[in-house]
Design a protein around this ligand. Sequence first.
Ligand code: XBP
Ligand code: MG
Length: 266
Amino acid sequence: MRDQPVVRQKQDAYAGSAGLAAVVFDVDGTLVDSERDGHRVAFNRAFEDFALPYRWDEALYGRLLRVTGGQRRIDGFLAEHGVDDDERARLAPALHRHKTDILKAMVADGMIEPRPGVVRLLDELAGRGCRLAVATTGSRGWVDQLLERVLPQVGFEVVVTGDEVAGRKPDPEAYLTALERLGTTASDTVAVEDSHEGLVAAKSAGLACVVVTNGYTADHDLASADLVLDGFGDAGSPARVVSDPRGTGCAGILDADVVEALTRWR
Ligand code: XBP
Ligand code: MG
C-alpha cells in the first residue's frame, strides 16, 4: 500500500509567476549536503554495529552513490564482496533499517543543515505562490523528519520518497508521481537536482532541470541540464555558473526569476 502523499501544508490555489506552477526539489545533495558526512557515516556505523568489517571511505562512497537507494547500494556492495543471495536478502534490509535509525538520530541532533542559499530560494518561490514539492530516492523513514527538522517553515505540498515508487532515479517515476499529485504539468514545473541520475530522472519526466553540483557530483555527466551551478549562491557569494544553455543570464544566484525563466524557453 503506497504511503498517502504527505501534505505538509496546503498552499493556496496556484498564483505563481507566469508559467511557473511548481518546483520539485531533490533532497540528498541538493536541499542538504547529506551524503559524505550524513548517510555515509550512518552506513559505516551500521556496519560496525553489525560487527561487519566494511567501511565506506569518501572516495568509495562517491562510486557507490551511483546506485540510488541505500538498500540497493548495500546489496550491490555485499554482492561485490561475495555475499550470497540468501544472506544478502536477510542482511541488506536489516542493515538498511538500522542505518535509517542512525540517520534519524543524526537528523534529530541537528547534524544535517540546508545548503547555503536553499532557504532564500524556497522563501522567494513560496512568496510568489509557487508550489513546492520533493522527489527523492531517500526513504520515507527519515525524509519527513529531515524536512521538518531542517526546513520547518517550508510547506512542501507533495513529498515523494524512493520507497513508494517501483523505479528509483534515473527512472522518472518519482517525478511523474510528483506531477500527478501536484496536478501540474512538465511544462510549468521545474526540477532542482544535484546528480546525473537525478537529472536523467527529471528530464525523462519532461521537466526542465537545474543542477546544483556538490563535491560528489561536480564531475558527473550534466550535459542535458538546463542550467548548472556549483551552488545556490547568495548576495556577496555568487556560485559559479557551469553552464547556462538556455541563456537565463544567471549571474551565480539561483533565484525565482532564473527558475521561472526555465519555463519560458520550452
Ligand atoms: C540519494 C539517494 C539515497 C541516499 C540514501 O537520494 O540515492 O539513497 O543516498 O538514502 P536523492 P536511503 O534522490 O535525494 O538524491 O538510504 O534512505 O536510500
Ligand atoms: Mg540527490
